[in-house]
Design a protein around this ligand. Structure first.
Ligand code: 13P
Length: 222
């Protein structure tokens, strides 16, 4: 049982990886091993096309896991070809990662679009998890969950220091702030032990079931 009462989020961002079979194999391995602990929130964020199958597998297995999307449309339902509106996604997800730096860099996502997406998420009871690249990234009203993901740390094996992550987190009082960027089972504990850090957003190290489970188990002991 965790020594602390704070929520600890362990969120797998698969990015553009895993087909349905690979996703189901992962859920079958990870799901039964997740500790049932109220303050430990484990979330998996697959691609849109795999979400419904992952959600079904979690429900059938009755695993203590939530699901998230990696993005959603800034618009509602209607004539927006190729978009995934929150009003439809809410069938499958509890949460949505919004404003990830890979979307800002590769898809021209702006702060304005992020705030439209947050509004869509909130209107549809999807928890927005807004990624910030530092203390100056604007966070739209109504957001309670933030991920601090410095660009230099993403996919580089060069994480920020837990102390700096904690200092950045202090700039967002009243929010739960997670850290993301080269998190592994070896360094995760040092991040979540920081008073202001409420969990981790994990990319590369979330893809392998055993490594992700080691990360979850390290958080269980906090
Ligand atoms: P890595 O864990 O692969 O560095 O990715 C971090 C990230 O972008 C999670 O959203």
């Amino acid at each position: 049982m965790a020594g602390s009462d704070k929520n600890i989020w362990v969120i797998a961002n698969w990015k553009a990886n895993k087909n349905i079979q690979e996703a189901l194999d992962w859920v079958a391995k990870v799901g039964p091993q997740i500790p049932k602990q109220n303050n430990l929130k484990v979330v998996v964020c697959p691609t849109f096309s795999v979400l419904s199958e992952v959600k079904k597998a979690i429900q059938v297995g009755n695993f203590p896991m939530l699901t998230g999307a990696q993005d959603l449309s800034p618009f509602g339902v209607g004539a927006y070809t190729g978009e995934e509106p929150a009003a439809i996604l809410k069938q499958f997800v509890d949460l949505a990662i919004l404003g990830h730096s890979e979307r800002r860099q590769n898809f021209g996502e702006t702060d304005e679009m992020v705030s439209q997406k947050v509004a869509q998420a909130l209107a549809n009871n999807i928890t927005p998890l807004v990624c910030v690249q530092g203390k100056d990234t604007p966070v739209p009203d109504g957001v309670k969950l933030i991920a601090y993901e410095p660009i230099f740390a993403i996919g580089t094996s060069n994480p920020d220091t837990p102390q700096n992550a904690s200092m950045v987190a202090k700039n967002f009082p009243g929010k739960e702030v997670l850290y993301g960027g080269s998190v592994t089972s070896t360094n995760v504990k040092a991040f979540v032990q920081q008073e202001n850090v409420h969990g981790v957003l994990v990319g590369g190290a979330s893809l392998e079931a055993d490594e992700f489970l080691r990360i979850v188990k390290a958080c269980e002991e906090i």
